[in-house]
Write a protein that binds this ligand. Sequence first.
Ligand SMILES: *Cc1c(COP(=O)(O)O)cnc(C)c1O
Length: 411
Amino acid sequence: MSSTRPQHAPMDQFAVVDDCLQVGGMPLPQLAARVGQTPFYAYERRLLDERVARLRTTLPAGIELHYAVKANPMPAVVQHLAGRVDGLDVASLGELKVALDSGMNPAEISFAGPGKRPPELAAALAAGITVNLESAGELESLARLGREQGRRPRVAVRVNPDFELKASGMKMAGGPKPFGVDAEQVPALLRRIGELGLDFQGFHIFTGAQNLRAEAIVEAHDRIFELALRLASAAPGPLHLLNIGGGFGIPYFPGDTPLDLAPIAANLDRWLPLVHERLPGVRVVLELGRYLVGEAGIYVAEVVDRKVSRGQTFLITNGGLHHHLAASGNFGQVIRKNYPVVVGNRVNGMERETVTVVGPLCTPLDLLAERMELAKADVGDLIVVFQSGAYGLTASPSAFLSHPPCLEVLV
Ligand SMILES: *Cc1c(COP(=O)(O)O)cnc(C)c1O
């Protein structure tokens, strides 16, 4: 009867040996001992490399890959990816520091996000990175700082298109938005960039995130290329850069299936010759966050107590929403669903039970798994939350309830 219920996509990126999850080339309890504490996040280099390689072999050679640092700004992760992707996209001064520390060529770093303040713009200018302009006000501030520093700002225009990405987990474009410049206002902004004599790079058109439907991404790419070609006629110079956003999703919840890259690749392959004919020398960039890092990471917490309350079994762990808000269901989800979770040191476990896994916070929001069938676990066992490489620790309210901090390791 349970066979008709939606299931989690198989989590086979980590091997299981003797019923124990292998992470970073060792059994999970050994890794926990190596880390020296629970809870922790672990990200695998091997999985980061495999993901980049899969994108490189599937997508046309003319597509460049950028990493959106926001998804996981751990310096070691950014450093590792910096050697494998073509550029980094940042959205704050803090992320810019991590990106520059990684050794990435500043010319391949871009800075998006609304409300960039003068110190952020001044730092971007001094570093020589590209600023993705989000408003006319930002353009004037940057131009003024450029005159003061005696430097010519490198700019791209982030466009808020006149369409939405369908079936996107998070819509970030179309309609009234704080992000980007409305497509209809872009020609005037381009004229102003020309008057101010700034170094115009191109367009950034980001439409949304966490999309699992290839046909929706294909349609968005069609509309993005059409819009970019239309707007390019008003540009103050040739386009060097066309950032077509990302939005590639990963399966989190029961019933989610992995994104099929093949139709997206075929559509890009179809567009590139026309784009290169109309915009000679342009570099087409995909900026991906979650898709590059999300499946490469796990969150690990330790069972500290188990109890039965009115027939329901609870596993209480030392980790929870203060480290992993998304898994608790409180990071933008409308209906709470379980992330894929296992007992990492007894994955398949002969004895199974239905349990609710919670954290130590004194709030009913602190859930890691609700009425999920897991191997029977006891105090000291390790609860693993998969799909935790993106929007994990830095997207969580670490200070809430003043528990000890979490660690992160790249293995
Ligand atoms: C958040 C963000 C991304 C990354 O989105 P993912 O869903 O993690 O791929 C990329 N570009 C911009 C502009 C963003 O704001």
